[in-house]
Design a protein around this ligand. Structure first.
Ligand SMILES: O=C(O)c1ccccc1NCC(=O)[C@H](O)[C@H](O)COP(=O)(O)O
Length: 261
């Protein structure tokens, strides 16, 4: 049976082919952002004056539909930074998440902390594109890539200065971790039925390489869960919907950070 991830990846491949009619890796290399230095997410997460939260700007999702369709990106992300976010994640997928490059670029304009391009990267074209749009790091999802693809995409990213967050959904994907990965995320959301199980993070944690930054992802809505996961050994927490669904995402974030200390 096809999963939502299969559907998203198929759509990505169509989009890439369409974009390649007018853009090329060479054109990305000639872009203004290409030679600019990136901000390190690793360093920002290890900075103890911040919360360890990777706060995600997310307008909609396949599991929840619309969350906050018309949110003002600059307002929301600058609030997240003000109250201690370590990194900002911006969805750039349009079809399934209502995101855009414009959202990422607007976020970048007002932020001093690193910005993660949250998308479904399956081709080196998108790696160069990630640098050209001004992101500091990118996500790779082990579930939709072979071990060789993860290696090639992560190596390319590192060569052009991007940091890489590799997301795992199960223990058997651990073999895809390589020397080019900076952060490793465990996604608590089952992409077949969208159920969230925070225990999954804890189970896989014990087997993660000790030298990588460990990120618990998805379905976190209680500050106590952050405390628990921090105690267990996670250094970062990727949280989107819980803040975005609030009437005032910044206030919700501020309160959450206070309670998760
Ligand atoms: O969020 C979804 O419904 C989803 C569906 C299919 C593939 C990926 C999906 N989410 C991407 C993410 O990784 C989350 O946006 C991120 O971890 C934040 O999760 P949450 O705090 O639950 O919004």
């Amino acid at each position: 049976m096809k999963t939502i991830l299969d559907e998203i990846v198929a759509q990505k491949r169509v989009e890439i082919l369409e974009k390649q009619k007018t853009q090329s890796i060479e054109s990305f290399k000639n872009s203004e952002n290409f030679l600019l230095p990136v901000k390190s997410a690793k360093a920002s997460i290890l900075d103890k004056s911040k919360s360890g939260i990777i706060a995600e700007f997310k307008r909609k999702s396949p599991s929840k539909g619309f969350i906050n369709k018309d949110a003002n990106v600059k307002e929301v992300v600058s609030g997240y930074e003000k109250y201690g976010a370590s990194v900002i994640s911006v969805l750039t997928d349009e079809e399934f998440f209502g995101g855009s490059f414009d959202d990422l670029q607007q976020a970048k304009e007002v932020l001093n902390i690193p910005v993660l391009r949250k998308d479904f990267i399956v081709d080196e074209f998108q790696v160069y594109e990630t640098k050209a749009i001004g992101a500091d790091l990118m996500l790779l999802i082990a579930e939709c890539l072979t071990k060789d693809e993860v290696y090639h995409l992560a190596k390319t990213a590192k060569e052009i200065g991007l940091e890489v967050l590799l997301e795992l959904h199960s223990e058997d994907q651990l073999e895809k971790v390589n020397e080019f990965i900076d952060l490793i995320g465990i996604n608590n959301r089952n992409l077949k039925n969208f159920e969230v199980d925070i225990e999954k993070s804890k189970q896989i944690l014990k087997q993660l390489p000790t030298d990588l930054i460990k990120v618990a992802e998805s379905g976190i809505s209680d500050p106590k869960t952050v405390k628990e996961l921090r105690q267990a050994g996670f250094q970062a927490f990727l949280i989107g919907e819980n803040f975005m669904k609030a009437e005032n995402p910044t206030e919700a974030f501020e309160q959450f950070v206070k309670e998760s200390k």
